[in-house]
Write a protein that binds this ligand. Structure first.
Ligand SMILES: CC(C)(COP(=O)(O)OP(=O)(O)OC[C@H]1O[C@@H](n2cnc3c(N)ncnc32)[C@H](O)[C@@H]1OP(=O)(O)O)[C@@H](O)C(=O)NCCC(=O)NCCS
Length: 576
């Protein structure tokens, strides 16, 4: 978990075609943020980094489906209209990067957000980041640096939450905490203006409720009453996690012009001494100099035996992996103890876990298992089998021969799983953009491919007119709650359309697997990998058979071979 932004959040970029919008979209994508599209009025139909640009947020949401967060790289003059448009499109969090936004505009945005139960970050904010997951805005700069600087919590573990009133110091605080071995759940720069969306105390309450956060680090500054309000929450018992703070501006003399509009001291409210006293009085740790902050944070965590603090070995590591942790007498796959996975979850569930980080429920685990079983082998004719056998016949060992088979799993063999899923996703996008019902879209698609002779990925089969694997997979998908899920519905619409023109081209096993995996929310990038995992046992069987039964360097006829295994398909009754 994390607050405000994580890898699952669907993000829109307003002003995506602008200078900063384009540059930051690339960096956000590189870090792992799920950017789904952008908005620039008058530029609908354009693309930035392969992502669609729309004329308005309403158009974007209609075409892309619900959006969780919108980040605005729109200059100050256009911020009010752009933010209000996002809120009216149902987006629950908008991030306002621009500086010099008129106070009155910020107040109008606040009124609109309040009326809609939504929230905004900024204006004048660098945004938010959840290390290891996603960044929204400008925190961390290059993805490579952000990955190196900000240490994420271990899977299922905790980190500290960082709230900063200074843009530059939000990254620095996270960086120096990382150097002291401190893991970070999320970093939030609340912005430097006088009128803000989420204020420091609001963010502290979010961290209080976040199971992945076990302490709160504050980079505060003089002016306003945010630190005093946080002290009030601590005193009232609403923030109970440890708070470790530094307040900037101690040396500022009366009349000093600080860079942030929010740093105005009125009378005695907002002074450095007042903030330090309020926070200490409530029980927070407040350090005198910024240099002491990381050590103080590490000290508090050490005192609590917190796992937000890295071990010495973890600190020394030059690169990190989030797949499996090995410690003496301990193996944890994506945070799950391997001994407790063994005998308790199926291989399919474990594959889902290692590829996505999520352990599926029993029905989805069974479905993953079925997908793997469905593709375990398809006889001697597929290219992967022929490649593996051919290489084995030259005298190569098991690993080289199986590797040769795996290397032939590409766009035209196994690749229909990914291509089919992407194709069905395109039909769904067309429907969501108002292009008609799925059946209407499927009919026009079928008419189109009939005239062009194009082959649709995931439909039809060289051997089967009714693939025995497809029906069974859909049956298990229904048991896992995916009966009417979008990609499966789109696949069925295309199948119906082919049948309607008298050309029965049923969904094949690749099409079914692609639709199911997409509806399970898996990333199409791993679909070919799932096919490789599934097919490996079949390849091993063929290679060993080739090595033990056949003569070296034989000419392998892909067509004229005969099966001499057990005579009839053995139907085992209730599947396990
Ligand atoms: C927001 C900001 C980064 C934009 O700068 P920029 O990228 O150089 O500006 P550009 O003019 O190139 O791009 C802005 C885009 O927004 C678009 N835009 C304007 N109104 C829009 C709206 N209502 N919706 C969507 N896009 C809009 C513009 O059309 C433009 O795109 P185009 O160039 O394709 O026409 C800049 O104005 C700014 O405020 N910088 C300071 C940020 C900062 O430091 N924040 C505080 C951190 S501590």
């Amino acid at each position: 978990m994390a607050i405000l932004i994580d890898r699952s959040k669907r993000v829109l970029v307003q002003g995506m075609t602008g200078r900063e919008g384009q540059a930051r979209t690339r960096l956000m994508l590189e870090y792992g943020t799920r950017v789904v599209g952008g908005v620039t009025p008058g530029k609908g139909g354009a693309e930035v980094l392969g992502l669609p640009v729309f004329d308005s947020c309403a158009d974007a949401v209609r075409a892309l489906g619900p959006v969780d967060v919108s980040v605005l790289f729109v200059p100050a003059a256009g911020i009010k209209d752009a933010a209000v448009e996002a809120l009216r499109a149902g987006i629950r969090l908008v991030v306002l990067v621009a500086d010099r936004v008129p106070v009155w505009d910020a107040m109008e945005i606040a009124a609109e957000a309040k009326a809609r139960g939504a929230e905004f970050l900024g204006p004048n904010t660098l945004g938010a980041a959840s290390p290891g997951q996603a960044v929204v805005g400008m925190i961390g700069g290059r993805a490579e640096s952000a990955r190196e600087w900000f240490k994420p919590p271990l899977p299922g573990g905790t980190g500290v939450g960082i709230i900063s009133r200074s843009g530059g110091m939000s990254s620095s605080t996270a960086y120096y905490c990382g150097q002291a071995g401190v893991r970070i759940s999320s970093i939030v720069h609340i912005g430097g203006d006088a009128v803000l969306g989420l204020r420091l105390p609001d963010v502290a309450l979010r961290f209080q409720d976040d199971p992945a956060t076990d302490a709160i680090v504050v980079f505060g500054e003089i002016g306003g009453s945010q630190e005093e309000d946080l002290a009030g929450l601590i005193a009232a018992g609403r923030v109970t996690k440890p708070v470790i703070a530094y307040i900037g501006g101690k040396a500022a003399k009366a009349g000093t012009r600080f860079s942030h509009a929010g740093a105005i001291i009125e009378g005695n409210v907002g002074t450095h001494a007042g903030k330090v006293a309020a926070l200490r009085g409530a029980g927070a740790t407040v350090v005198e100099s910024f240099g002491e902050l990381p050590g103080a944070v590490a000290g508090v965590l050490r005192g609590r035996g917190s796992q937000s603090l890295m071990t010495e070995a973890e600190k020394r590591a030059v690169w990190t992996t989030a797949v499996t942790r090995i410690r003496p007498n301990e193996v944890a796959v994506r945070g799950h103890d391997i001994a407790s996975l063994m005998g308790n979850v199926s291989f399919g569930a474990a594959v889902h876990l290692i590829l996505t980080g999520v352990l599926p429920d029993e029905a989805r685990g069974r479905l993953m298992d079925a997908i793997l079983v469905s593709s375990i082998d398809h006889g001697a004719t597929p290219p992967s089998c022929l490649a593996a056998r051919t290489v084995a016949s030259t005298g190569a060992g098991l690993s080289q021969s199986v590797a040769a088979g795996i290397m032939s799993i590409n766009k035209h063999h196994g690749g229909a799983i990914e291509d089919g899923a992407r194709y069905l996703g395109g039909l769904l996008a067309k429907r969501d953009a108002g292009g008609g019902t799925l059946d209407e879209i499927a009919m026009s698609e079928v008419a189109r491919v009939k005239s062009t002779g194009e082959r649709l990925p995931g439909f039809g089969h060289r051997v089967h007119t009714k693939d025995p694997r497809t029906a069974r997979l859909f049956e298990l998908a229904a048991l896992a709650g995916l009966a009417d899920s979008p990609h499966i519905a789109a696949a069925r619409a295309v199948e119906r359309a082919f049948a309607a023109i008298g050309k029965p081209l049923p969904i094949n096993v690749d099409g079914a697997i692609g639709a199911i995996l997409a509806d399970m929310g898996m990333d199409p990038k791993v679909f070919n990998g799932i096919f490789m995992i599934a097919r490996t046992p079949g390849l091993v069987a063929h290679v060993v058979e080739e090595q033990t039964r056949e003569k070296p360097m034989r000419r392998i006829d892909p067509v004229n071979h005969a099966y001499d295994g057990p005579s009839q398909p053995r139907l085992e009754g209730t599947p396990r």
